[in-house]
Ligand binder design. Structure first.
Ligand SMILES: [Fe+2]
Length: 158
């Protein structure tokens, strides 16, 4: 089994995503479920191919799958979801066979993905894909969403 599938089978990953689904059951804005996580992974990979950025596919998928894993804890504790995600990602990655250096690279991108100043390539691609993954143009909560007009995806950019 490749390490990305080990993440999908990981006990902490599964229970944390379940808890997040419950916490977001009545949320009218974008949810952070497996569809979102995989959309982000695929956009990151396509972007890296189109821009000749050499990043390992497993690293991209692991980063995307784990980038919001701390959201449920952040809702409960009123803390930063990116930082919480980095902490939980650290545990999961170690259990799924990632090396120390890989864990450092992934958790750093995850922990800082809300920080516009962070210039790390993996982090920048994650931030880009995270925003582009949202279908604002078909969203029923468009007018209540606090994203600025230029951040919202008002169409499909080719
Ligand atoms: Fe996200």
């Amino acid at each position: 089994m490749n390490r990305v599938n080990r993440i999908l089978e990981n006990k902490t990953f599964k229970s944390t995503l379940d808890a997040l689904a419950k916490a977001e059951k009545d949320r009218i804005f974008c949810k952070h479920n497996i569809d979102h996580l995989l959309d982000v992974a695929r956009i990151m990979y396509i972007f890296s191919l189109e821009n000749n950025i050499s990043l390992d596919k497993e690293i991209i998928y692991a980063t995307a799958l784990l980038h919001d894993i701390g959201r449920e804890r952040a809702y409960r504790l009123h803390t930063d979801h990116a930082v919480e995600s980095g902490k939980i990602a650290n545990e999961i990655l170690a259990e799924c066979g990632f090396s120390f250096d890989e864990i450092e690279k992934i958790t750093s991108a995850v922990s800082h993905h809300n920080d516009k100043e962070n210039a790390d390539e993996l982090c920048k691609i994650l931030r880009f894909a995270d925003k582009k993954s949202r279908n604002c143009f078909m969203c029923s909560a468009y007018s209540e969403c606090n994203w600025s007009e230029d951040k919202k995806n008002r169409g499909i950019k080719l």
